[in-house]
Design a protein around this ligand. Structure first.
Ligand code: 8DG
Ligand code: MG
Ligand code: MG
Length: 141
């Protein structure tokens, strides 16, 4: 059996902000199944963080975003997931280009659906890395 060397990967995830609300979706899959997380995914070769953020939000929700900016980076060693993994996660912030447009569930095998959630009343459980930040008092505003 060939054993693939495990290496850290780069995730880019985005707070899409509308007033005091953020866009979250319930994850499906081997990492963070059933938890609420930001739209995002893997940085592709040659991409800027801003490009990756906009691409992933578009692919996953159909929304276009503007004013994309870097917020913070965290190191996430997720050994207790169904598929153990290690992500350097880059958190970005943005606003929707059209605030009236509803998000679409474009990857139903990866997400149960997207919705806007008030920052003061976030759904539970949050996906591990996001939950830790929120518990520590982080705010994307
Ligand atoms: P891709 O094929 O579209 O590139 O990847 P994906 O299927 O959309 O990847 P993902 O799992 O949604 O995101 C990549 C990793 O980023 C994820 O496995 C762990 C890390 N990550 C965090 N926090 C968050 C978050 O809030 N949302 C998302 N989507 N990923 C996060 O550390
Ligand atoms: Mg993706
Ligand atoms: Mg994703």
């Amino acid at each position: 059996v060939a054993v693939r060397k495990q290496e850290p990967q780069v995730g880019v995830v985005t707070f899409v902000i509308k007033g005091r609300k953020v866009l979250l979706g319930k994850r499906r899959g081997v990492v963070g199944n059933g938890t609420f997380a930001l739209p995002g995914g893997h940085l592709e070769f040659g991409e800027s963080f801003e490009e990756c953020a906009a691409r992933e939000v578009k692919e996953e929700t159909g929304l276009d975003i503007e004013k994309v900016e870097f917020v913070t980076v965290t190191n996430n060693v997720l050994l207790h997931e169904a598929k153990p993994c290690h992500y350097v996660t880059v958190f970005m912030r943005s606003v929707p280009a059209d605030s009236a447009r509803p998000p679409e569930t474009l990857e139903p095998e990866k997400c149960d659906g997207w919705d806007w959630y008030d920052w003061e009343h976030l759904p539970e459980p949050l996906f591990g890395p996001l939950g830790v930040m929120v518990k520590e008092g982080f705010s994307p505003f």
